[in-house]
Every structure is written in C-alpha cells, then in structure tokens.
Write a protein that binds this ligand. Structure first.
Ligand code: ZN
Ligand code: ZN
Length: 899
C-alpha cells in the first residue's frame, strides 16, 4: 500500500489534559518548574495540606494561597504593596521594569479574533500569537513581547460584580518569550520567574514573605505546558505558563513559549486600598452610575465582604448557596441583609463591565445578534437592560459609553471613532423592548401551574429566546436561579475542536512550484510538469502547477493532466494535490502535459477581484463596522457576507452597485500584490487584512485593489476586466449578517436581458409603453383593492340576510349553506349575528359550498357542539376560527347536504 489519509487522532479537552498532566508534572516538579531559581530567591517547596498542590514560599506555611485553602483575601483595605498605582500607571510601571531585559511592548490586537479562525473573540493574550506563531509557521513581531490585550470572556458572567476580580472584558497583561531553532534561545523558565519576581518585589513593593508561587498546568488553543501561578494576600496575581507541548499529538513543540498572563484590573486593585477592583478600573463610569442611581457601596460591608468574595467563585465552589450563607455569617449579617447591599451594587458593577465589553467588541467589528459570538454580545447588552429595569435605574445609556471612552481614549485612541455604535445600541434597545413583553408572556405560560422548573428549562429559554435570569427574576423574584447559571450555559456550548485532515505522502517531496502566482495569465496555456507522487490512486503531486487549489473562498481549478480529468485540487503545507478521475495511465516520475479550464478560471478571477471591490465599496457606503463574514466564488455567481446590523435599503444596494461599476468602467483600479512580514502588514494596513480569513505564514501576500487583503487567490491585473457587475440580491441571511449576491460580465448581461424581457411581456399584455408600466401597475392594484372591498361588503350583506332568515325560522336547529369557499368572508357577518342567535337559544350550523368546514353556533349554553356534530360525522376537529369545527362533508347525511 502506498499511503493513506491520516486517521483523526483523539484529542483531549483542555480539562482532560490538565487532569492527566497534573500528577505527572507534580511528580517530576524538578524537571518542569524553575526550582533552582526559586531556591536562590529563598523560596522552599511545600505541599498544601488542604488541596495537595505543590507551592513555594519563603516562610513556613501549611496551606497554599488559593482562596478555598487560605480562607479569603488579606489585602482589602490594607494593601500589601508599597506603591499605590492607578489602572494605566500599573501597565506603565510594568513596561518600565521589563525594558531592561529587552522586552518590547506592542499595541493591543482587536478583541474580534480575525487571524485565528477557531476563536470568535480574543480570550487570552497568547491568542494573538496562536495558532501559527506558536506552531512556528509565523514569526513573532519580537522575540520578547509585552502586551496590554483586551480579552473577552463570557463563561464567568455569574462572577462579575461579585468576586471583585471577574470581568467579561479585562486587560490581560502579557509577557511572551519565543524560543525556537529558527529564532534562537532567549529566556526560559528560570529567567521568566526571576523577572516576574523582581517586578512584584522591587517595583510593586510586595514583600517576599507575602509571595507564593504555585505549581499548575495550563492548556488552551491547542498547546499546553506546566505553569507557575503567583499569589499574594490570598489572590492570584498572574500565571506564567511554559508552553511546550502540542495538545493533539502530546509531543514537544518546535517553539517553546513563556506566556505570562495577568489581569491588569487585579494588579491595580492590589496596589490600592479600594474594596473592589471595579473601583480602580472604571472610577469615572462608577461615579456616574452611583450619582444617577442613588446607590453607593457601603465601604464597611464591601471591605468585609471582599475578604471572602473569592469563596463565591462559582467555578471553584461546589455548593454556592451554602458558601453565600457562610460568607454572610462571617461578616455578621443575615443572608437577606447581605443580598440587599450586594445585589444593586453588583448590578452597577456589571453594567460598567458589560458596557466596556460592548464598546471594544463593536469598535472592533462584532455585532450583537442571535448567532455565534454576536449572541454573547446581545445577551450581555440585554443583561444590562434587565438590571436597569429591575432596579429602575435612570441612566443615559450613551453617556456610560462616552465615559468609558473618556477613561480609556488616551490609551486606546481608536475608541474615539465610534462609527455606528450608538445606532446599534438604539436599535438593540428597541428590539429588547419589543421582545421583553413577549418573553414575559411565554414565561407566564411556562410557569403556570408548575411547581418546579428545572435549570435546563431556563437554559433552553436563554438559548432559544434570550430570556435572561434577570428577566425571570423580574417576573417572579421567588424563582431560584443558580449562581452558576452562565457557567452551565457555557458548558453546554463548549466547542468541538476541528482537526484538519492531512495528506500522507509516500516519500518526502519539495514544495510545489505555484505557477499560477508567478504568471497568473500564463495559466491560459498548457504546461509541462513531472509527477512526484500518487496517493491512494487518486491524488497526484506535481513539481509545479497552474492548478489553483481551493482556498480563500475561491473554488479549485479543474482541467486535465495528460487528457485525464482533474476534478479537485487541494493544498497542504505548500504541497498541491490534484484529484484525478482515473490514474491508471499515470506513473510516478512521468512527464506530463496539463491544462486548466481557463475560461472558468478567468471568470473566477473576475468574481474574486470583484468581491474585493464590493467589500471595499460596502465599507465606504455602510460604515466602518462592516467586515467580511464569508465569501464564495463559484462559476456563475459569487456572494459576499457582511456584518451589518440591519437589512440594506434599495438605495444602499444601488449605491454599492453604482460605485462598484464606477471602479470597473470609469476609473479602473490596477492591482498590486506584495509580500509583507505579518507584523509589518498588520502595522501598515491593520488587522482588516484578514477579511478573507487567517493565513498560516510568516509572510502575507497582500492583494491591493481599493482595499488591502491578505489573500492567496488569483487576481486580475485591473478591475476594468470585470466588465460589469450586477447585484442580484441582498438578503439578511441571519441576524447581523447581510449577503450580497452578484454576477459579472456575460452572466450579468444575460440577467439584465432576462429582466428586460419580463418588462416587454408586461408592456405587451397591458398594452402600455415601458415607462408607463409602474403607473399602470399602481392603477391596476388600486382598482383591484377597491373591487375586493366591494365584493366583501356584498358578501357580508348576503350572509346577513341568509342568517337572519335562519335565526327567525321556527326550528331549533337550522342548517345553512353559504355560496362561498372562503371561511374568512363569513366571519364578520357571523359576529354581527351572534347576539341575536344567543338571544333565541338556537343552534345554527353553517357550511360552505365546497369546503369541509362547518361552523356551529349555539345559543344554548348546555349544548355540547362537538358531541352534537359527531352525530353526523365521526371525524370532528376543532378549527381555527371561532367555534368552527371541521367535518368531512361527504360524511354528512344526504338530506342535510340537499338542504
Ligand atoms: Zn491549597
Ligand atoms: Zn481574496
């Protein structure tokens, strides 16, 4: 057997890896942790008598510094640092001390993870360098990097505002060092721990007696390694990870990375005497929220409460309700008194946090919606609205965002460009108000008569209708929603990892020479090449090729190799695989002649370049929040999915089409294609280059027409070659995403011709000129509406007179046949007759001329209509309109039908 496509390996989850590796690292701690350096610095290893973990301290201790082991925070109100630093000041101090070891600070990356397809949002500083830099496929911007990375996380929402340390949006301070054969060796574990120690001890002034280093394991983003958490005063101040293994293969990585991450919010809180970190993170915003709401934290209670709030982390506590009772007892309050103080303030803290999250997310191009990451954004936004309703806060919602911008605008000036932010917020508020009433009704229906509703039901409600626990509380404050609600939701949504299939070669072959890049228009002619490998009797590897492999939304080329049909082309690690229908006549080392279907490819090139143009123009027309959410170019037509918060108007569609054709016909744009190192490309053009998705190489091929995109597709020399582009539809394919579909060149001409022929037909039928078609259409429509009304009124008077006769008749039961097929027509007329029927205590059975519908109306309240009708027909079903029963007409007795 020659070779095969590799089996998918079983991949362990991050949790499973941690569980598996913890005892291994623990046992071999001398190999995996920086023990020599810690020893030199005066730290000794202990084993926690409570949790069993290894930890390092300069003084003898029985337990580690984890809240659950040590029993709470010990720095609230009496800081353990000699320095008092604000939020941004803490970052500045950090950069200042790390400069001596030749670290370089970089700017934050967007919170929307454009360069890493597996993630919606940047959730950790290291994500900026995943997957390709950590895999060694791309070079880092510097070998030693510091970053202030805004990160978004949605699995800790239950903890936000309670524990004093949790946020849905926080700045992760990063220290990253990349070691590899290519880059050379820089700092590793011993240096890393020493540098952090110097920062904590010398710069922040934390005494070495208060510092605890704890052995741990970290796993995420496809890599893992041992890690050292550092604690002081019972709080985790950060985690230094030594990334060195691949989660899929469990093998050593070529690139070994020091990845230290720490919440800036914790550090500045730790350097202050404030009861919570929220007070040091957004003082300006909180000041406004306090003034407007009339609530202000009781410093005494919060200082007490915060000491134990770490125990209320839903992620680490088994019985959260018990923990709350315990904490209340510890600070000498009843649970009720504690709730009364904590809940409104927690709402304010949460609003401050969630709005900051939304500010960054929307600025970086995400939109609230009901799918994917947008779903998380809509829910935190609705959570804010729910809190505002619940406590009847009077806030100017825009003002909160303005204050965040004031607070952070100097550090992150891009926040000042608000774009469509306020429009998006207003629209979301409107949608929220509309659904709240509806949601309350469905809650009422659901909870009616049920004594116990399971948590799963509430999770379903949250998932399907966005009904937040806050709304449930508002509806019925006695309903007990668990404290770890959002954690449970997140667990349900845990993502599956995607494993890429790889081709297994029989021998090692060099990278395929990509002729379609060297001479794109040369793909028109046939070319000669050598067969290097044949896999599974179907995939051919050549030394060079003009066949473009599927990628960047562009379909693969088709064509022939020695007159054998090529039906698919794929690439893997720079080697290109041609799927051939029959390989019996092809051999390894054979010289072949090949030819791609140029007509098809040229159309794909036009569609692809056209897509770049539509994207750039849409950005100008619709606003800066626009981002490509997907694209497909296949022969015949293409579509482009754009993030946008509402449907497009016809004017907007026309304007996009007009401008696109302007750049095709009046002012064609020549393309330039240039290769840049990733960091230079990002610095020059921003991460908007990832419109077409992430690219796994150090050097990015930047295709520039009207905009600049990292793109591996084949492109035209000039937009002029597109000829003509016609948008055929613009639909909202899902919440927050609009799909533009378009055709080009000949297909576009055919499309216009077809539409014109429709108009011609209409003009002939109506006997009017083209220009008179709209006018005539309106005239016909108005006349048709008028006639409809007249018919209705005639029907009504006819029904009235027939029913009147029946009601005034002598029999108790009258059968009435109406000459209509439409049950809708008889409804209003019946309504008018109801009173007189009831007054006469008689039953009318009405049936329509050619429909199996019967309407039975009874003035006798004791008569059971269903039973009554069952006398005539077995099959009686309740109908949609009032007191209507469906009966199969053929089952009725002859004499009745004859009536
Ligand atoms: Zn412990
Ligand atoms: Zn492209």
């Amino acid at each position: 057997m020659s070779s095969q496509i590799q089996q998918e390996p079983k991949i362990l989850s991050d949790k499973e890896i941690k569980k598996k590796m913890k005892p291994i690292f623990h046992k071999n701690y001398q190999k995996f942790y920086p023990v020599d350096k810690l020893d030199t610095l005066g730290f000794k290893r202990n084993i926690c008598t409570n949790c069993g973990r290894g930890f390092w301290s300069t003084v003898d201790r029985e337990v580690c510094d984890e809240s659950v082991c040590v029993g709470g925070y010990r720095f609230i109100g009496k800081p353990l640092t000699t320095k008092r630093l604000g939020y941004k000041e803490t970052w500045d101090a950090y950069v200042d001390i790390f400069k001596q070891w030749d670290y370089k600070p970089i700017k934050r990356y967007p919170v929307v993870s454009r360069w890493y397809d597996a993630l919606e949002f940047t959730a950790a500083g290291i994500n900026v360098f995943q997957p390709y830099i950590v895999q060694g496929k791309q070079d880092p911007p510097y070998q030693r990097v510091l970053e202030p990375q805004m990160c978004l996380r949605f699995n800790d929402l239950d903890n936000v505002g309670i524990t004093g340390t949790h946020y849905s949006a926080f700045i992760m301070v990063g220290q990253h060092v990349f070691n590899s054969k290519k880059l050379g060796e820089s700092y590793w574990i011993e240096d890393g721990i020493e540098q952090i120690y110097i920062f904590l001890n010398k710069r922040l002034g934390i005494s070495s007696h208060d510092l605890i280093f704890m052995e741990d394991v970290w796993s995420g983003g496809g890599n893992y390694g041992p890690s050292m958490e550092f604690f002081a005063g019972g709080m985790e101040l950060g985690n230094q990870v030594y990334i060195q293994f691949d989660s899929a293969t469990m093998e050593q990585l070529d690139t070994r990375v020091i990845d230290m991450g720490a919440g800036l919010e914790r550090w500045s809180w730790f350097c202050s005497d404030k009861p919570t970190s929220y007070e040091t993170t957004f003082p300006l915003v909180l000041n406004y929220l306090y003034n407007q709401s009339g609530y202000k934290p009781n410093k005494d209670i919060w200082t007490h409460f915060m000491k134990y709030a770490g125990l209320l982390n839903v992620d680490e506590t088994d019985n959260i309700s018990e923990s709350w009772k315990e904490v209340a007892k510890k600070i000498g309050l009843t649970k009720k008194e504690l709730d009364k103080e904590i809940y409104p303030i927690r709402a304010l803290y949460t609003i401050a946090d969630h709005t900051r999250n939304l500010l960054f997310a929307i600025r970086d191009g995400a939109l609230p919606s009901n799918v994917g990451g947008g779903y998380n954004l809509r829910n935190i936004l609705r959570r804010c609205y729910s809190f505002i309703d619940e406590f009847e806060f009077k806030f100017d919602f825009h003002k909160i965002f303005e204050l965040h911008i004031e607070e952070l605008g100097e550090w992150f000036p891009e926040l000042k460009e608000t774009g469509s932010l306020y429009d998006i917020l207003d629209l979301e508020k409107k949608r929220y108000s509309e659904t709240t009433e509806k949601n309350k009704k469905s809650l009422k229906r659901l909870l009616k008569g049920k004594t116990k509703v399971t948590i799963d039901t509430f999770i379903d409600l949250y998932d399907s209708q966005g009904i937040t626990p806050e709304l449930v509380k508002q509806y019925d404050p006695t309903i007990d929603i668990p404290h770890d609600f959002y954690l449970r939701v997140q667990e349900r949504h845990e993502q599956k990892k995607v494993v890429e299939k790889t081709f297994k070669l029989t021998s090692s072959v060099p990278k395929t020479k990509q002729l379609y890049y060297e001479n794109t228009y040369g793909s028109k002619k046939s070319f000669k090449a050598n067969i290097l490998d044949i896999i599974n009797n179907e995939w051919i590897v050549l030394d060079k090729t003009h066949f473009y492999p599927e990628g960047g939304g562009q379909a693969a080329d088709i064509g022939t190799i020695n007159s054998e049909k090529v039906i698919d082309v794929q690439s893997d690690s720079d080697i290109i695989f041609h799927k051939v229908k029959k390989t019996t006549k092809l051999k390894i080392n054979q010289k072949i002649t090949a030819q791609i279907d140029w007509f098809r490819r040229y159309e794909l090139m036009k569609l692809h370049s056209g897509t770049h143009l539509v994207n750039a123009v849409a950005y100008d027309v619709l606003g800066k929040h626009i981002f490509q959410a997907g694209a497909k170019k296949s022969p015949g037509k293409a579509h482009l999915d754009l993030t946008h918060f509402k449907s497009l108007t016809q004017d907007e569609i026309d304007e996009i089409e007009r401008r696109v054709n302007y750049y095709i016909n009046s002012e064609p744009i020549k393309s330039t294609i240039k290769i840049y190192p990733r960091d230079q490309a990002e610095a020059k053009f921003s991460t908007s280059i990832y419109a077409g998705g992430a690219i796994p190489s150090t050097n990015l091929r930047i295709v520039s027409f009207k905009d600049n995109e990292a793109c591996s597709g084949t492109h035209l020399n000039s937009t002029g070659e597109i000829g003509f582009l016609k948008i055929t539809s613009a639909e909202r394919i899902q919440d927050g995403i609009v799909r533009l579909t378009y055709v080009i060149g000949q297909t576009a001409v055919q499309r216009v011709q077809k539409q014109e022929s429709l108009l011609r037909d209409l003009s002939e039928i109506w006997k009017v000129g083209f220009d008179d078609i709209p006018k005539t259409g309106i005239k016909f429509f108005e006349e048709w509406k008028k006639l409809g009304k007249e018919v209705k009124s005639l029907q009504t008077s006819l029904i009235s007179s027939v029913l009147k006769t029946a009601v005034e008749g002598k029999k108790d039961i009258e059968w009435v046949q109406l000459p209509f097929r439409d049950q809708g027509a008889i409804n209003p007329a019946l309504e008018n007759q109801l009173d007189s029927i009831k007054a006469k205590s008689k039953t009318l059975v009405v049936y329509l001329e050619s429909s199996p519908i019967l309407l039975a109306i009874s003035g006798d309240p004791n008569l059971n209509l269903v039973e009554y009708l069952q006398k005539f027909s077995k099959n009686v079903k309740e109908g949609k309109i009032m007191r209507a029963y469906q009966v199969d007409k053929s089952s009725l007795p002859e004499d009745i039908i004859k009536l």
